[in-house]
Design a protein around this ligand. Structure first.
Ligand code: KG4
Length: 382
């Protein structure tokens, strides 16, 4: 089955095409036929965060060129013509310029040999999500191909369940640690497609804390990789911690997180030492990364013991962090549990994860009615 994946939940516009066979299990295999992604990070950098209306405009500008790139790579971009039904103009009324670009596409290319369309419908920035959802609805209606609404978080989970072009070896129940710019959650899954949130942040997400600390240290957005680079330099130079930061909620008897106090503690040190010497910047980055790692590893271990799982899956932008991955893997190994992660470039937002999760839903014919497929900014996993 060929599935087209579409992702526009935040500041990455992504379109891909995968070919997959088999049910969820050892017989499953997939191949990426085409994959196109445009990151808007540089555009949002000057605002120090993602600016929703700018993201929306960029998605509307990028989607058709990325679709053509992905179909081109997959050798499914065939010159010809597709008749576009009139209702798509109405569907795309709010997506500036997208209707015109789609009409141009349909007047130049034939309907591709695709079996299903999978699109992120939440959670994320609602104006950004809507562009992808309406694009998918317009494609579905024009090509007469069924559409699946995918939960972005399930996409991250499914992506990290892969090893190469197959599923990694593991047994349910599994625990997923989702750590991104918008989410920090511990999720228990007893079988594919069922989820129970067993812990979550009470304030900032882990990635949000990285981004806010980066801003205090005058590092570019998105801040995670920059803080991590300075932390690595501090370790290489064997710089001492410099200042002790708290490990919020680590010793509390629950599986929740809190990162806002940690961020405030950094702010206090930054203010007391202004202008901040480069050496202290590195020391603070290191101590911050270690505090976040201690909390993530500690809470994950607590959940592993409580639920008796032997596989932890981690996904989301912060799971691209090599130090955090290492700390999680080390802590789990001591407990006899394994950590599943995906290649770093697939930990951040992409369309492959959406196509993969969408494929498993399409197999069960879990299709959405295009007329009522809506974007939902606060869509929950469970
Ligand atoms: O999953 P993602 O691409 O987007 C959503 O938030 O949905 O995650 C982006 C977040 C940003 O906060 C970014 O700073 C953080 O992931 N991030 C990292 C690293 N790479 C990305 N945080 C820490 N270390 C990294 N290497």
């Amino acid at each position: 089955m060929r599935t087209l994946g579409i992702e526009t939940s935040c500041d990455e516009t992504a379109v891909c095409l995968i070919e997959a066979t088999g049910e969820f299990g050892p017989d499953f295999t997939f191949k990426v036929l085409g994959n196109a992604l445009a990151s808007q990070a540089a555009l949002h950098a000057r605002y120090g965060g993602v600016f929703p209306n700018l993201a929306k405009r960029e998605h509307a500008r990028n989607l058709v060129p990325l679709l053509e790139q992905a179909l081109g790579e997959a050798r499914l971009l065939e010159p010809g013509k597709t008749n576009a039904p009139k209702d798509i103009e109405h569907l795309l009324a709010r997506e500036q310029g997208l209707f015109g670009r789609m009409v141009e596409h349909f007047s130049a290319y034939r309907k591709p040999a695709v079996d299903a369309i999978a699109v992120t419908h939440g959670p994320g920035l609602e104006p950004a999500l809507w562009v992808g959802v309406n694009f998918a609805r317009a494609l579905s209606s024009t090509w007469d191909i069924p559409v699946v609404g995918v939960n972005h978080l399930e996409g991250h989970i499914v992506m990290s369940m892969m090893k190469g072009e197959q599923l990694a070896g593991f047994e349910f129940p599994v625990l997923a640690l989702l750590i991104s710019g918008g989410n920090t959650q511990l999720v228990l899954s007893k079988k594919f497609g069922t989820y129970e949130v067993v812990g979550k942040t009470r304030d900032d997400a882990a990635g949000e804390a990285f981004d806010k600390v980066a801003r205090m240290l005058k590092l570019p957005y998105p801040g995670g990789p920059h803080v991590s680079k300075l932390a690595k330099a501090a370790r290489a130079e064997a710089l001492p911690a410099g200042a002790k930061l708290p490990r919020p909620m680590l010793n509390e008897d629950n599986l929740d997180f809190s990162f806002s106090g940690l961020k405030t503690a950094v702010l206090r040190i930054v203010k007391a030492n202004s202008p901040l010497p480069d050496e202290l910047k590195k020391q603070l980055s290191r101590e911050f990364e270690e505090a976040v790692s201690d909390v993530l590893a500690g809470k994950t271990l607590k959940a592993v013991e409580e639920y008796g799982v032997n596989t932890v899956i981690t996904g989301g932008g912060v799971s691209a962090n090599i130090y955090i991955r290492g700390r999680l893997a080390e802590a789990l190994e001591k407990e006899g549990a394994q950590l599943l992660v995906c290649p770093s470039q697939l930990s951040t937002d992409n369309a492959i994860m959406i196509a993969l999760a969408g494929y498993f839903h399409a197999l069960k014919r879990d299709f959405a009615d295009p007329a009522t497929l809506f974007a939902k900014g606060n869509l929950k996993l469970a």
